[in-house]
Every structure is written in structure tokens, then in C-alpha cells.
Design a protein around this ligand. Sequence first.
Ligand code: C5P
Length: 221
Amino acid sequence: KGPKPLAGRKAVVTSGPTHEPIDPVRYIANRSSGRQGHAIASALAKLGAEVTLVSGPVTIQDPPGVTVIHVERAEEMRDAVLAALPADIAVMVAAVADWRVASASDQKIKKHPGESIPTLALTENPDILKTIGHHTMRPKLVVGFAAETQDIDNNARTKLDRKGADFIVANDVSPATGIMGGVRNRVKIVGRDGIEQWPDLTKEDVAAKLAALIAERLRQA
Ligand code: C5P
């Protein structure tokens, strides 16, 4: 048995949601368990990569054999990902909130009966995948995810170009699929040279197949 295929390679993976504070007790978030991202970090480590996992708030355990950096907000996640460069591989799996509250309150916003209801002014969060995909220290292989509920192929191909990724792992997250928060996933791999549908697999098996695909691509490069 030879050396592990990703020995000597560095990878950075994002996983989980981000929490964008409204005030000290409230936040805006996306739905994400972190299962798929954590499984990918684990699978890359098993193939010998030195992995930094930047995780938003999740309830699952830190995977063994991986350096885990815990963050709350998108801006913190972006900073942690940039601090992990240079890397050979970036897999951005986190469900990053697209917007944050423009000026979060230092104090809990109080409810005053009979008074007007607060409105929240939002501002755009940094797009971490896009930042990495167009960075001067761009990793050799940049992989993004696309969780869609409609027009999956077109959305994924557009995302591939816009974000400067090599692959987009696209999945249908319509509530009926049970993928969100579940243990299984059915994905399509959208690359520059076409689309490949993978069967219904556990998130661990999707992770293992993706890690193998990444290793193969780097070997050819
Ligand atoms: O644009 P959309 O959110 O659908 O793109 C999804 C992909 O982009 C995922 O890989 C996600 O991790 C990444 N992303 C990011 N930063 C954002 C938004 C999305 O890294 N602010």
C-alpha cells in the first residue's frame, strides 16, 4: 500500500450555518446541521490531507484528525478561511447567511407593548466561496455547494462561473427530499466538462467519493 493520495496537501473546509446577531440574544441563520461539511473534512483527512475545518455553530462533534476553528458570523468565517491559506483544496460547504443586520444592537431590543415593532436593516455578507475562487492565493481546487429547490443544473452552472469554482456539488433541498438535516444526500457534480449524477448515498459516502474525486484531479494536475 503506497502513501495516502492527499499526503502533503492542505485543505480548508467550511461547514454549518452562520449566526448573524440581531442583538445579544437573537440572530439570523440558515438551516444547516454541518453533517455534510464535517464528513468532507473527515474524508479529506482520511486520505492524508492536513485539514482546517471552519465551522459555524453546530451540535455535532468535531471530527477527529482535523483542526477545527469555531466561528459564529460570516465575516469571522471569511477571516478564518483566509488565514488558512495557502491551501491546495477549498471545499465551501457552509450555509452562509447572505445578509447580516447592518448595525446589531449591543443591548437586547426590548418589547414595549403598544409601541411600534422594530424593523431590521440588512447588509450583504461577504461571499466566501467567490472570494476564494478569485483570490491571488486561490487553491488549486475550489469546490462549492449549491442547495437549490428548483432549476438545479442551470443554477449550479451559473454558480460555477460566477464564483470561480472547479466543481459545484448541487443538491435538491426541497423539504420533501429530507436532505436538510438528514443523513443521506443525492447530489450532482457540476464541473467545467459536464454534469454527473451520483446515486442516493449517505453524507459520509458522498464525502468519501468527493475526496476521491479531489485526489484524482490533483494527481492529474
Ligand atoms: O450563492 P449560494 O449561497 O447559493 O452559493 C452556495 C455556495 O457558496 C456554497 O458553497 C456556500 O458555502 C458558498 N457561500 C459562501 N459565502 C456566502 C454564500 C455562499 O462561501 N456568503
